[in-house]
Design a protein around this ligand. Structure first.
Ligand SMILES: Cc1cc2nc3c(=O)[nH]c(=O)nc-3n(C[C@H](O)[C@H](O)[C@H](O)COP(=O)(O)OP(=O)(O)OC[C@H]3O[C@@H](n4cnc5c(N)ncnc54)[C@H](O)[C@@H]3O)c2cc1C
Length: 458
């Protein structure tokens, strides 16, 4: 079946697709957004929804000195610059204007205070009132609808029609009943998320996470991998991913990482620490999974719990019974089943390191935060795969590049479908890289796609 064409077709209804659709509509294009699921959600709705932005008025009001250059430096420092610095710098430069633009479209973003995430020099995360991705998706969907974007759900982008020069002429959509629709378009934005929901691709590209718990959107199946192959699009960093070393085992709720960075620790079944928890939650996933049983106990205290309580995720974790409390080391050992002598020795060593300021054997320094004090809080956790970070190579306008380095004429990618900002592997991810690539590249992709469609208008 053939339907009349649109100027910009956006495939995928997570943050990247919604922001791209909004930007393309703002630029005056007719826009159709197609989403395979019955509702708009994606990984974005499962997330904490925090977007980094440097140089915002909210930071200035809080007395925080920040700049796009510092944000770009922080992102690049985590992996030694092993990604396209030009893309990182562009997204950092656009981060504060993008947040202000989203706020003008009614997306309620405010500065998250109280702690900084590992790898970030200053507080710069912007989040919705309850710090949830579901709120972010709902606000973006309202803005997109108000901007006049047509949204079709239960429509999977199955294929594209492209000319010999790689110019996309139409998208081929597949409906749940098997019906196929062809929709002509002046430009196409691919915002299909990553491939964490495709076990075969995970085993191939991220072998260390094969078999790990997947706590992302199962519909992110990397349908774009085959499209990239056919169109000759360049792919990079397919081994890159966002893991999390603190998913409450058996509960499927993340115990947010300030539990560690504010002074908490992880111990294995023997009651022993096994890594530097302050490096980041992403690389912690493989570290936890390498311990016996693929589990660890995260331990923190009431002071840190206050920091965690600003997040809906924490309320979910409490409601699920994932967090236990203990008034003493003996009670903590009894409730967790950890050996009391080893647990006591570990916590005593951490207290001593906190007082002395010396680094632990894994290189972590606990000072200047206060030592952990009873009542303790603890959760049994495992290492999970959240979202993949490798994808189609894009330039600073989100234009997809061919393997020979030339851009494809009217194809754009954003979010998990594009090469992210995290370099290869798991250790290059810092908090916010996911939604910065989704919202930042999404905005650039939407604008560029509107421009490309206008240039090809008959
Ligand atoms: C628990 C958790 C917490 C997180 N917290 C944060 C955070 O606070 N900050 C941060 O920066 N990042 C965070 N992330 C990562 C972040 O959620 C992702 O990087 C981001 O949501 C990716 O957005 P996206 O639009 O690319 O993908 P998604 O939100 O996954 O959207 C992709 C959409 O495409 C659809 N789709 C797939 N294939 C097709 C197809 N063929 N046709 C049509 N539609 C298709 C999917 O159904 C989906 O709706 C978190 C991730 C998790 C799992």
């Amino acid at each position: 079946m053939e339907t009349a064409g649109v100027e910009v077709l956006v495939a995928g209804g997570g943050a990247a697709g919604l922001v791209a659709a909004l930007a393309a509509a703002d630029a005056g294009a007719s826009v159709l957004l197609v989403e395979r699921d019955p509702v708009l959600a994606g990984t974005t709705a499962m997330s904490t929804g925090l977007i980094p932005a440097a140089g915002t008025p909210e930071q200035a009001a809080a007395g925080i000195a920040d700049s796009p250059a510092l944000l770009a430096r922080d992102i690049l420092a985590k992996h030694g610059g092993r990604t396209d610095a030009g893309v990182v710098e562009r997204l950092a430069a656009e981060s504060a204007p993008a947040v202000a633009w989203l706020q003008r479209h009614g997306v309620p973003l405010s500065l998250v205070t109280g702690f900084t995430y590992p790898g970030h020099s200053v507080m710069r995360m912007m989040g919705t009132p309850n710090r949830t991705g579901a709120e972010l998706v709902a606000a973006l969907a309202r803005a997109v609808e108000a901007a006049g974007v047509a949204i079709v759900t239960r429509a999977r982008l199955a294929d594209v029609e492209a000319g010999p020069d790689g110019r996309i002429a139409a998208a081929v959509l597949e409906r749940p009943d098997g019906a196929v629709e062809r929709i002509g378009c002046g430009a196409l934005v691919l915002a299909l998320g990553g491939f964490a929901g495709n076990a075969e691709a995970v085993a191939r590209f991220l072998p260390e996470m094969a078999g790990a718990t997947m706590h992302g959107h199962p519909g992110c199946r990397g349908d774009w991998l085959a499209l990239a192959e056919r169109l000759g699009a360049a792919l990079a960093d397919l081994d890159s991913y966002q893991g999390h070393g603190g998913l409450a085992a058996g509960h499927g709720v993340p115990i947010l990482w300030p539990s560690m960075t504010e002074g908490g620790v992880q111990v294995n079944r023997a009651g022993l620490r096994f890594h530097d928890e302050s490096r980041g939650y992403s690389e912690a996933a493989a570290a936890v999974n390498a311990e016996p049983g693929g589990v660890a106990w995260s331990i923190w205290d009431a002071r840190i719990q206050q920091v965690l309580d600003q997040f809906d995720d924490t309320r979910d974790a409490r409601a699920a019974g994932a967090i236990l409390e203990a008034d003493s080391v003996a009670e903590l050992a009894a409730r967790t089943g950890l050996p009391e002598a080893a647990l006591g020795a570990t916590l005593a060593e951490v207290a001593e390191l906190t007082r002395s300021g010396a680094p632990c054997p894994f290189g972590r320094r606990f000072a200047p935060r206060p030592p952990l004090a009873p009542p303790f809080h603890a959760a049994r956790v495992t290492g999970a795969l959240f979202h993949t970070q490798g994808g189609m190579v894009v330039d600073t306008d989100a234009r997809v590049q061919r393997r020979d380095g030339r851009p494809l004429p009217n194809l754009f990618a954003a979010g998990g479908t594009a090469r992210g900002l995290s370099g290869p592997g798991a250790s290059g991810y810092i908090a916010g890289n996911g939604l910065l690539a989704a919202t930042g590249l999404g905005r650039l992709a939407g604008r560029s796609a509107a421009q490309a469609a206008r240039e090809t208008r008959p």
